[in-house]
Write a protein that binds this ligand. Structure first.
Ligand code: NAD
Length: 337
């Protein structure tokens, strides 16, 4: 069993812990939190040993009646791999801790690419992360773009990707984020940082991205235009996408007109926390004009990177090759709508 530590138990960390627990070859050794709150209590209720991320605050857990298993250092030392799911910028600060105990570490997409030796997407560059010590699982948006670019690039070749990313203002629990009533070009400069981030996975793909932020918490929605190297039929692209486990082709019969109904569907099919681990591509939107492909996809920002973290754990520990890992992850989590 691969012994996994999760440092930072928020939106991403708690989902990664549950996905790790579902794997036949992994165990959650413990999770580290900075302070006692509802998530700390939920971690204990789920049976995860709770470690104090900040030693001086360990007493606060005692005061709240929450049992602490030890300091984060002990967790990192004992683990085969640590998943850092702390807020953007904290992962880079934690790097020395992981180096001190010689524990391979995964970082999240909020960190700068140079925190790690490799930026990672299982579908696109799993092999690059095998036996690496520091790997960054790219952001929700970059993950969503990479999953589409990989099959298109392999099958047709890509001349240029243009993507407009309509981004949710914040996650449901992020009460301080916005906008509340506005539509923001964000960043207003073009290209947005997402295009260069895609290039950390596909260095040779020509990609421009534009970003907006809107008053929504549900999902991001991407409007994509990919100029391919050969003319294609939309039906062939739909078949190509249908063959990818982490792409969900939303059929027109489902009558799902937006992110709201997608989330409703996720709850209806019993997904934990209403998560959608797959890119949700509206089948009807997949259209072609000569070499130009167009489509809309929705990306569940809170969860699409979760299976990628699980695969990255197997990559850094050398536990499986890409095909075996992705299949195991998908089976254990129930991925593939
Ligand atoms: P979050 O704020 O929901 O969770 C972070 C957790 O880490 C919180 O519980 C916080 O208390 C804890 N924490 C803070 N400082 C810590 C420290 N020093 N040690 C241990 N724990 C600490 O954040 P999140 O949304 O889960 O984001 C985590 C990372 O994942 C970021 O890099 C983010 O960019 C990336 N990411 C987020 C999303 C998303 O939409 N939420 C999507 C993909 C990637």
């Amino acid at each position: 069993m691969i012994q996994v530590a999760v440092n930072g138990y928020g939106t991403i960390g708690k989902r990664v812990a549950d996905a790790v627990r579902a794997q036949p070859d992994m165990n959650v050794l413990g999770v580290a939190k900075t302070r006692p709150n509802f998530e700390a209590q939920a971690a204990l209720d789920r049976g995860y040993p709770l470690y104090a991320a900040v030693e001086e605050r360990a007493d606060q857990f005692d005061d709240a009646g929450m049992e602490i298993a030890g300091p984060v250092e002990a967790l990192v030392e004992a683990a085969d791999v640590v998943v850092d799911a702390t807020p953007s910028g904290i992962g880079a600060k934690n790097k020395t801790l992981y180096e001190e105990y010689d524990t391979p570490a995964l970082y999240q997409g909020g960190e700068d690419a140079d925190v790690a030796d490799v930026s990672f997407n299982a579908r696109s560059n799993y092999a690059d992360a095998v036996d690496a010590d520091h790997v960054r699982v790219v952001s929700c948006n970059t993950t969503g773009l990479s999953r589409v670019i990989a099959p298109l690039s392999e099958t047709y070749g890509i001349e240029k990707v243009r993507a407009t990313l309509v981004r949710r203002g914040g996650d449901p629990g992020q009460t301080s984020r916005g906008p509340i009533n506005d539509i923001l070009p964000n960043p207003v400069t073009v290209p947005s940082h997402h295009g260069p981030d895609v290039n950390t996975i596909f260095p040779d793909v020509d990609v421009d991205t534009l970003g907006l932020k809107v008053p929504a918490t549900l999902m991001h929605v991407h409007s994509l235009n990919v100029t391919l190297e050969t003319a294609v039929d939309a039906a062939d692209v739909r078949d190509l996408f249908a063959g990818e486990d982490r792409l969900f082709l939303v059929s027109d019969e489902f009558d799902i007109d937006g992110a709201g109904k997608l989330k409703e569907y996720a709850h209806d099919v019993g997904r934990p926390r209403g998560d959608l681990w797959e890119n949700c591509i509206w089948e009807e939107s997949v259209s072609t004009e000569g070499r130009d492909l167009y489509c809309f996809q929705a990306i569940h920002q809170e969860s699409d990177v979760v299976p990628e973290n699980v695969d990255a754990i197997r990559a850094v520990t050398g536990a499986a090759d890409a095909e075996e890992s992705v299949e195991t992850t998908n089976d254990a989590m129930g991925i593939g709508l």
